[in-house]
Design a protein around this ligand. Sequence first.
Ligand code: TMP
Ligand code: ASP
Length: 253
Amino acid sequence: MARRKKIYEGKAKTLYEGPEPGTIVQYFKDDATAFNAEKRDVIEGKGVLNNILSEFFMLGLGQIGVPTHFLKRLNMREQLVRSCEIIPLEVIVRNHAAGSICKRLGLEEGTQLPRPIVEYCYKDDALGDPLVTEEHIAAFGWASQQDMDDILSLALRVNDFMSGVMLAVGIKLVDFKIEIGRIYDGDFQRLVIADEISPDSCRLWDQKTGQKLDKDVFRRDLGNLTDAYSEVARRLGVMPTNPPAAGKPTLVN
Ligand code: TMP
Ligand code: ASP
């Protein structure tokens, strides 16, 4: 088999040239990093779980008309996506206070916010992804005013979708981060949800017990990360070990 051309290697994923122009293969690694890669480890099985969970969320978003870069999952670790130009922003939506907003504003972890709060960080590892305002984004030309209107409405739609899906399986969506890509169709450009949506980029707490089911388990040494992600996958009915449905369902008395 011909060797694929590697386009980019990030902390948790590697991107390869796709089989057709305008496509990319996203390979999900088992590498976990936190605190701007100061803490790192290899967590066996994490990549498989994130690949399947991200597929699940992206397909669901597509079904409610939120455009994403996702095309199809290829195997346990890879998915085919549309190639897009990533806007250099981490778009964060918060429903409850956790992580950096607690430090910045002196809030107690878990406090429900008066309404979802959307924040933007400039994607630059060397700078530690600093928080920026729309003023910086406009002045430096990272996104236009129209883009920002579209990004805000996409972020809030993703929040409503993800909150509802998680609530249905007894999980609270505390916050999450998404990345936005531009796709050019001739003279037109449109914005899509890109990168991944997985427990690496969300905070997910069990509704009843408050147990953390996301990357904070790794960041704060709270237990086994694959167990936490597997629990999310199991509740959503997408655990990779599920045997494929064989034939017609039979009635069990
Ligand atoms: P924060 O509380 O550290 O600002 O993180 C907010 C959310 O964004 C949380 O769900 C984790 C996610 N996130 C990432 O996915 N990547 C990052 O580099 C950072 C800093 C946060
Ligand atoms: N993803 C970032 C890192 O690798 C930050 C984090 O998720 O805590 O360092």
